[in-house]
Design a protein around this ligand. Structure first.
Ligand SMILES: C[S@@+](CC[C@H](N)C(=O)[O-])C[C@H]1O[C@@H](n2cnc3c(N)ncnc32)[C@H](O)[C@@H]1O
Length: 205
C-alpha cells in the first residue's frame, strides 16, 4: 500500500492516544542520540519535521526556538499539552512537511525523527527541509531504512503491507532520498534492531 496524507491522518488519529505509552518508549535511545549529535545551542532556530506528540521536547535545551510541523491535528494536540513543561520556546504548525511554507534558509538545524519513512514522499520532505535550513546548517535523522545496497525481499514487502497500514514504510532507502540533495553525510550509525534504525547527521552545503 502506498502512504498518502489522508491515510496518515487516519493512522495517526489512532496512534495519538497511545503513541507516548508505546512506540515512543522504544525509540527513546535513538532520539537521545540524535539530539545529542545535533548539539543545540541557545539562540538557535530548530525545525522539528513531523513533530508528532512532541517526543523530542524533553531533549531541547533552554534558549532554543523550535518550530514543529505535523499533518495530524490529533498528534499536535498531544504535543500542545507538553508545551508548559518545555524548556525551549516551541511554535506548532499544522501542515504538510513535503511542502514547507517556511521562508528559505531560516533554520540553523532540523530534526527528522521517524518522519522520512512516514510521509508519502520522503525525498520531497527532505528537500523541503533542506530548503528551510541555512547553508551549513545541521540536520539529524533517526529512522528505519532498508540498506542502500539491498533489494526489497518478498518477505519485507509482505511485512510492509502491514506496516504501511499502521503508518510507516519499511522499504525505503536513505540513499534514494539523498541522491542529488545539496547536503553531505557527516555520520551514519546503526542504532536499534541490528541497524534497521539508524541515526544520521547531515550538513547542508
Ligand atoms: C512516527 S510519527 C513520529 C513523530 C515524531 N517525529 C517522533 O519522533 O515521535 C510520524 C509523524 O509524521 C506525521 N506525518 C505524516 N505525514 C505527514 C506529512 N505529510 N507532513 C507532516 N507530518 C506528517 C504524523 O502525523 C506523525 O505525527
Amino acid at each position: 500500500m502506498r502512504m498518502t496524507n489522508p491515510h496518515n491522518l487516519i493512522a495517526y488519529r489512532r496512534w495519538a492516544p497511545v503513541y507516548d505509552a508505546t512506540v515512543n518508549r522504544i525509540f527513546t535511545p535513538g532520539r537521545k542520540r540524535a539530539l545529542s549529535l545535533l548539539n543545540l545551542q541557545p539562540g538557535e532556530n530548530v525545525l522539528i519535521v513531523g513533530v508528532g506528540t512532541g517526543a523530542d521536547f524533553p531533549f531541547l535545551p533552554a534558549g532554543v526556538n523550535a518550530t514543529g510541523i505535523d499533518l495530524s491535528p490529533d498528534m499536535l494536540a498531544k504535543a500542545r499539552l507538553k508545551l508548559p513543561a518545555c524548556r525551549a520556546t516551541v511554535k506548532l504548525i499544522q501542515g504538510d512537511a513535503q511542502a514547507l511554507l517556511e521562508p528559505e534558509n531560516s533554520y540553523d538545524t532540523a530534526i527528522l525523527n521517524l518522519i522520512l519513512s512516514v510521509v508519502p514522499d520522503g525525498r520531497a520532505c527532505l528537500q523541503s527541509t533542506l530548503r528551510a535550513v541555512k547553508p551549513g546548517g545541521r540536520l539529524v535523522i533517526f529512522d528505519k531504512f532498508q540498506a542502500d545496497n539491498e533489494k526489497v525481499t518478498p518477505g519485507r514487502r509482505f511485512m510492509n503491507f502491514f506496516s504501511t497500514r499502521l503508518g510507516t514504510d519499511i522499504t525505503r532507502r536513505l540513499g534514494d532520498m539523498l541522491a542529488g540533495c545539496a547536503c553531505r553525510v557527516l555520520l551514519d550509525e546503526p542504532n536499534l534492531w541490528g541497524g534497521m534504525y539508524r541515526v544520521i547527521l547531515l550538513r547542508k552545503d
